[in-house]
Structure formats: structure tokens, C-alpha cells
Write a protein that binds this ligand. Structure first.
Ligand SMILES: [Zn+2]
Length: 286
């Protein structure tokens, strides 16, 4: 018998201690989640298709976007009847390009605006353009969010922090050079490795995401597709998107969840983190 130190450690521990040291990636549940960014009016069509196939999603909506139109309040409330709405700040500015004071306003006011509009708590957050720092994570946590999504691609794992959830696939074809540059800029080394191991450097987004579904079914983890409705439209990809939803609906072993349900699952797996951070926030309000 070969010496496997990890195995020996596990054998001498009590069950509760075992839980504490086993990495979260050992969770074999296979999740699939979809996020729709930027609150574009074409999200109405996306919502219709998701409903048709019974696939949940999280729509991340800013109050304003300097680059594109956004859903009006009536449309946003309509989507909110069937889907989770997450916050994407007030003005969709990359938070690393503004002062700390402005970043705090963008995060906290973006949450307040959405909660007033929807009449319910908003607990999921997405960093505009995927830009964040440790300080910005602290602000997002202080504002009362449970978790946040980045733009780190080629990921299927539960991260080490609920404020660093990556995604598997963006619904847009990416050249290999873009994938590598993007990953290097973000220090997403696991993403680079999985881009080769899991995704076989696939450039077509629909094949790329299919690989994510396959590997998650086999190994557990999260197959997470992120998309912009306007980009699907620009690329003439509505049929491909519908094919993807059909494929998800035909794989019953995948647990279909919103991003918020992923963040809640993360918290359930890390009670010690939750207890520590709950007491920290109680003290900081004094
Ligand atoms: Zn965005």
C-alpha cells in the first residue's frame, strides 16, 4: 500500500474535523447557473426563453449604463417575478477606476435603489467589468451582499471566498490569445490550466459550455454561463442559446440554481466563516 498522507490524516480525524479540512471542491454536487449582465431591454427575450425551458438565472442590473440602454422599472419588476435580480452598482463604472468613496456609493446605493424598486432584499453582486480589489470586496461585504461574481473564466470550482465566484463560459466566442491574456491579467491560473484540461482550448462558446456541463456532471462543481442579451443578438446567437437551454433541461442530474443559491450554498459549507463575519459586522457598526 502506498503512503498517502492525506488519506492517513482523514482516517484519524473525527467527522466534524474532517469536514473542516476537506476542500470545498470535494463537494460532488453538479450545479448549473446562468447570469445575465447589464439589464439590457433584450433581457426580456432572454427571460422568456429561460422560462420556456425552466432554467433559473440571475440578472445583474445597474441603474444606469453609460454604454447601453437598460430595462425600465416595469420590465425589471416583471423579470423579478420569476428570476433573481442581483446588483451591478448604480452606474456600471469599473470600481477600480473611481475613488473609494465613490466605489462605496456605487455599491451601497446600487443595492438600495434595486431594493426600493423591487421591494425585496438584494443579496447578489457582480463587479462591473469584473474589476475588484480586496478593498472593494470588503465594501461589497459591508453593504450586506452574500456573494459576488467576477469575470474569471474557465472555472467550475467553489472559490475560497464567496466574493470571488468565477464563471465557466461567457456566451461569446473568444480567441485563444484573448482567453490567455484575460486569465493572465486576472491572475486566474486555475482558469488557464482548466482552459486546456477541461475546455481543450475551445473557442466556440457553445462547445466550451458543453464541456463545462460534461466535467461538472462527472466531477461536481458549477457550470456557469454568463451572457449579455445584446451580445447574443449582435452575434445572431439566439438559436444557439436556445439549444443550450434545451441541453440543460435534458440533463436532470444537474442542479439548476440562481447565483444567489450558489452563494447561500457556499455559506452553508462555511459556517465558521459566516459566524466570524457576522460578529465582525456587529462590532463594526458600534
Ligand atoms: Zn456589466
Amino acid at each position: 500500500m502506498s503512503c498517502n498522507c492525506e488519506e492517513q490524516n482523514v482516517k484519524v480525524l473525527e467527522p466534524q474535523e474532517k469536514t473542516a479540512i476537506v476542500p470545498t471542491s470535494v463537494n460532488r454536487t453538479a450545479y448549473v447557473s446562468i447570469s445575465v449582465d447589464d439589464g439590457h431591454p433584450l433581457d426580456m427575450l432572454t427571460a422568456e426563453l429561460l422560462t420556456k425551458y425552466g432554467v433559473p438565472a440571475t440578472f445583474y442590473a445597474p441603474a444606469r449604463n453609460p454604454e447601453r440602454r437598460v430595462l425600465n422599472p416595469t420590465q425589471l419588476r416583471e423579470i423579478a417575478q420569476s428570476f433573481e435580480i442581483g446588483s451591478h452598482t448604480l452606474n456600471h463604472l469599473p470600481l477600480t477606476t473611481v475613488t473609494a468613496e465613490r466605489a462605496w456609493l456605487e455599491i451601497s446605493e446600487g443595492k438600495a435603489w434595486l431594493q426600493d424598486l423591487l421591494g425585496r432584499t438584494v443579496s447578489s453582486f457582480c463587479y462591473p467589468r469584473g474589476k475588484y480589489t480586496r478593498n472593494i470586496i470588503s465594501m461589497v461585504e459591508r453593504a450586506g451582499f452574500l456573494g459576488a461574481r467576477t469575470c474569471a473564466l474557465n472555472r467550475t470550482d467553489f472559490p475560497d471566498s464567496p466574493f470571488r465566484f468565477g464563471v465557466s463560459t461567457q456566451a461569446h466566442n473568444h480567441a485563444r490569445s484573448i482567453q490567455l491574456r484575460h486569465a493572465l491579467l486576472e491572475g486566474n491560473f486555475r482558469g488557464i490550466m482548466d482552459y486546456v484540461r477541461v475546455y481543450h482550448t475551445e473557442t466556440k462558446w457553445e462547445s466550451h459550455f458543453e464541456r463545462a456541463l460534461d466535467v461538472v456532471e462527472a466531477e461536481g462543481g458549477v457550470a456557469h454561463l454568463t451572457m449579455h442579451s445584446w451580445e447574443i443578438d449582435d452575434n445572431g446567437d439566439w438559436d444557439k442559446f436556445e439549444d443550450m437551454l434545451r441541453m440543460i433541461s435534458q440533463r436532470p442530474q444537474l442542479k439548476r440554481v440562481t447565483n444567489g443559491e450558489l452563494y447561500a450554498e457556499w455559506a452553508a459549507q462555511h459556517p465558521e466563516y459566516v459566524a466570524e463575519h457576522a460578529s465582525a459586522s456587529t462590532h463594526s457598526t458600534a
